[in-house]
Design a protein around this ligand. Structure first.
Ligand code: HEC
Ligand code: HEC
Ligand code: HEC
Ligand code: HEC
Length: 129
């Protein structure tokens, strides 16, 4: 039966699409705010202070706030690429070297695409949008 075959294909497609969007999905609800699952500990207790320095944030955190906890040299190493792709490393790249404002590529309360993808098609399998 032709239509039956088509339905199976559709189900498989839906499963595939659901699976792929889930894989990169690290946004979750903390109270009435969305934040990252990987930052769950930061949302316990003094929720917003870790990044905003205040419990009632009104704007963006400062540029260097992520570096309080994340070591830039370690990041550079952990996303290093083979020699011929060396400068595709988002944390030490062709255009800006290691001078990389985290929030250009990592959203905390919203999905975001790494800056590089606006112009290039490099693959970043570890990226959590
Ligand atoms: C108070 C400490 C702290 C601050 C501030 C902080 N983080 Fe994190 N972050 C962590 C911890 C702890 C983890 C989970 C362990 C890990 O993966 O290093 C994490 C995980 C992450 C991950 C996921 C790592 C993975 O496994 O893929 C990303 C991306 C990230 N942080 C980006 C940021 C950005 C961008 C900022 C600034 C807006 C930031 N973090 C601020 C502590 C912090
Ligand atoms: C130009 C875009 C860009 C900027 C700027 C940027 N990142 Fe990333 N980050 C990425 C991408 C892309 C990945 C995934 C790399 C991959 O798949 O190889 C990543 C991965 C990570 C990870 C996970 C590393 C791992 O080993 O899985 C952490 C943590 C992280 N970034 C934190 C930061 C912090 C903190 C800053 C600011 C100092 C920052 N990033 C700046 C694009 C960026
Ligand atoms: C891990 C760091 C981190 C934590 C924890 C965090 N934020 Fe944020 N916040 C950010 C970043 C990064 C941005 C920039 C926009 C984005 O990435 O979503 C931001 C932006 C904001 C903005 C400004 C939105 C705008 O467009 O002007 C508000 C308001 C805000 N956060 C509120 C909160 C509240 C409320 C909490 C606690 C429940 C909180 N944040 C916890 C990192 C954090
Ligand atoms: C506004 C567009 C734009 C953005 C955003 C951008 N690039 Fe580029 N990039 C270019 C252009 C234009 C060239 C030069 C093209 C050429 O000569 O091949 C280039 C060349 C490169 C090259 C050398 C050529 C190649 O394809 O290997 C690398 C590596 C590179 N960029 C990495 C990055 C990384 C990593 C990011 C994110 C941090 C990034 N770029 C963001 C426009 C951009």
């Amino acid at each position: 039966m032709k239509t039956y075959g088509k339905e199976i294909m559709l189900v498989m497609l839906l499963v595939f699409v659901a699976g792929t969007s889930w894989a990169g999905q690290t946004l979750t609800k903390y109270g009435d705010f969305e934040g990252r699952t990987y930052h769950a500990d930061l949302y316990k207790g003094e929720k917003c202070v870790a990044c905003h320095g205040s419990q009632e944030p009104s704007g963006l955190p400062t540029d260097d706030v992520c570096l309080k906890c994340h070591d830039l040299e370690k990041l550079v190493t952990s996303t290093a690429r083979p020699e011929n792709e060396k400068w595709q490393n988002p944390h030490n790249n062709m255009h800006w070297g290691k001078d990389v404002p985290c929030m250009e590529c990592h959203g905390e309360h919203q999905e975001i695409k790494p800056l590089c993808q606006g112009c290039h098609t490099f693959k970043y399998p570890k990226f959590k949008n």
